[in-house]
Design a protein around this ligand. Structure first.
Ligand code: 9MR
Ligand code: ZN
Length: 538
């Protein structure tokens, strides 16, 4: 790759390294890797660095484990090139905080005040009443929630999944997400990660129809042009209800009930009641119909063709929150039909149900949903570790899996390996987890930090309407790009990138929604991973 030749031959985590964890870098030239401290003293030396062919990037690359370094700045030298790294006690709390704050910047229906948003302020947006798609004379006020991604749509399933990642991040890695992040609720006694998630959950509650079902999404018929949200004045519609949205919301609300029970019992009661009403609707309406955009609608479809994973997750969370055995039986039934236990994205949420079984229910889940599920889960995690091992950059994604939002799968696989460690006490996948986090922050085939506002070479031109329309050069900070996407690109991207290998199939360009959009449910698994490492650094 011509582009690659210009990139530095040492790839690093551009946000720094932790003094308590091994330092790993990638070298694209062989020989000896020398590490000099700030005084120029040689402190480490790794001989025999031998780059080997990496299928996903077609680079020759070698991951070098430098081991533990004390806090300070260092100069790496290998194959006649140098690159600086910094080692700090706790380098990633700020990144994690920014990723949480990134969701604040996605808030809809309220003003983003300078006090919280700095330069990235804007007046309240999308505050007009929404119309029911199926009966456009009916108008309802459904403000709030987060803009989903680079567009201004708000979608129930993706929102539920994002809030769930944040709640589980808090439940399982709370020391890494306890900071105040300067949002309007900061200092109210609740952790800000839960304050931020609540902004979405309050909106989700409004997306429930009287009979318990959830509207699939609240969007316009078409995506807006690249304008600021307050200027996007076209009519918003409540699109028809769907099984997947209802089941995902049902699951999230049952989970959120436990997360907010102590913080605000009245709110928590609302959550569990809404969850049970959703479950009742699902029981009464078993004929699954996948959502597809009604005629004339072009906004995100999120057309999930399988609801079993959502139903599994919902059953697990409802059992955890109510103790009613009917939910346990239902969860066992869905599990027996086969699930991808290490998936946590909008289309497959099985992994969230697995987390509930393994970390919340534990022995209460019983033989099938604890012992058997644990065996299957840990085996899958080991396989994820093996994928990372077989990649030149240590990336836990097979070369043929770089699709739209590849970052989701990389961060999801990092989550699985973290959960594996928590579950078994076996730390053998730790370095692989670190490499996924480093991937997001610059140790990759593109030498790009995928989180806006961080690193030497951050993504600059994310597909994100406010970032494109606000007249500020810098993008809104704390947002993670979806990253390389060879297998689901736009035709114009394919024309431009032709034979580019999968891990480089990326354009840091505003119009490249297929490779460089941001999305709330890509930020959130990165929050989980960041919170894990930030907690380790305490
Ligand atoms: O994340 C979604 C990805 O898995 C799909 O391949 C892609 C194309 O259908 O859509 C992604 O979701 C987008 C949604 O449809 C609309 N808002 C922006 C989302 C992120 O690109
Ligand atoms: Zn808005």
């Amino acid at each position: 790759m011509i582009m690659n030749e210009k990139l530095p031959s040492i790839r690093i985590d551009q946000t720094g390294y932790a003094s308590g964890l091994p330092v790993q870098v990638a070298a694209l030239k062989g020989g000896t890797l020398n590490v000099f401290d700030a005084e120029g003293k040689l402190v480490k030396k790794i001989d025999g660095v031998t780059p080997v062919f990496d299928q996903a990037s077609e680079d020759k690359v070698c991951i070098c484990d430098i081991g533990i370094l004390y806090e300070g700045d260092y100069m790496l030298e290998c194959g006649g090139e140098t690159r600086k790294i910094s080692v700090k006690k706790d380098p990633w709390q700020s990144v994690t905080n920014a990723l949480i704050k990134g969701l604040y910047f996605q808030r809809c229906g309220c003003e983003l005040k300078e006090k919280y948003a700095g330069r990235f302020t804007h007046p309240a947006c999308h505050i007009a009443p929404a119309a029911l798609w199926e009966d456009k004379n009916v108008k309802l006020t459904v403000t709030g929630g987060w803009h989903d991604a680079g567009d201004y749509g708000k979608y129930v399933g993706p929102g539920a999944v994002t809030a769930a990642h944040m709640i589980y991040a808090y439940m399982l890695c709370h020391k890494g997400c306890e900071d105040r992040i300067n949002i309007p609720e900061s200092g109210n006694g609740a952790p800000d990660i839960l304050n931020e998630a609540r902004y979405e959950i309050e909106w989700l509650l409004k997306m429930q129809r009287e009979d318990g079902a959830f509207y699939h999404k609240l969007t316009k018929a078409q995506f807006a042009p690249f304008i600021m949200p307050q200027d996007d004045l076209m009519q918003e519609y409540l699109m028809p209800v769907s099984h997947c949205a209802t089941a995902a919301a049902c699951a999230l609300l049952a989970l959120a009930y436990r997360a907010y029970a102590k913080i605000d019992p009245v709110f928590a009661f609302k959550l569990i009641s809404a969850s049970v009403r959703a479950a009742e609707w699902l029981d009464a309406n078993p004929g699954f119909v996948p959502f597809s955009n009604p005629e004339g609608v072009r906004t995100g479809q999120y057309g999930d063709g399988n609801v079993n994973d959502e139903l599994f997750w919902a059953s697990c969370e409802l059992f955890a929150s109510t103790g009613e055995t009917k939910y346990l039986k239902a969860a066992e039934k869905y599990y027996s039909q086969g699930l991808n236990l290490t998936e946590y994205g909008w289309s497959d949420v099985s992994g969230l149900g697995a987390v509930c079984c393994l970390f919340v229910l534990k022995e209460k889940a019983g033989e099938i949903l604890y012992d058997r599920l644990k065996e299957e889960y840990t085996e899958k995690c080991r396989r994820i570790g093996a994928i990372s091992k077989s990649s030149g950059y240590g990336t836990a994604l097979a070369p043929d899996k770089y699709s739209w939002g590849s970052i989701l799968h990389i961060m999801g696989n990092a989550m699985s390996m973290i959960l594996y460690e928590m579950l078994t006490g076996d730390t053998s996948l730790r370095n692989a987890v670190l490499l996924q986090w480093h991937y997001a922050l610059g140790l990759n085939a593109l030498d790009t930090c995928f989180v806006t506002g961080f690193g030497e070479r951050p993504v600059m031109n994310i597909h994100h309407r406010p970032s494109g329309a606000d007249g500020i050069t810098d993008p809104v900070p704390g947002l993670i790009s979806g990253g390389p996407n060879k297998y689901h690109p736009y035709p114009q991207t394919r024309e431009r990138l032709a034979d580019t290998p999968p891990a480089k199939y990326f354009l840091d360009e505003t119009m490249s929604a297929d490779t460089n959009e941001i999305a709330i449910y890509w930020n959130s698994p990165a929050i989980f991973v960041g919170a894990f490492f930030a907690a380790l650094c305490k």
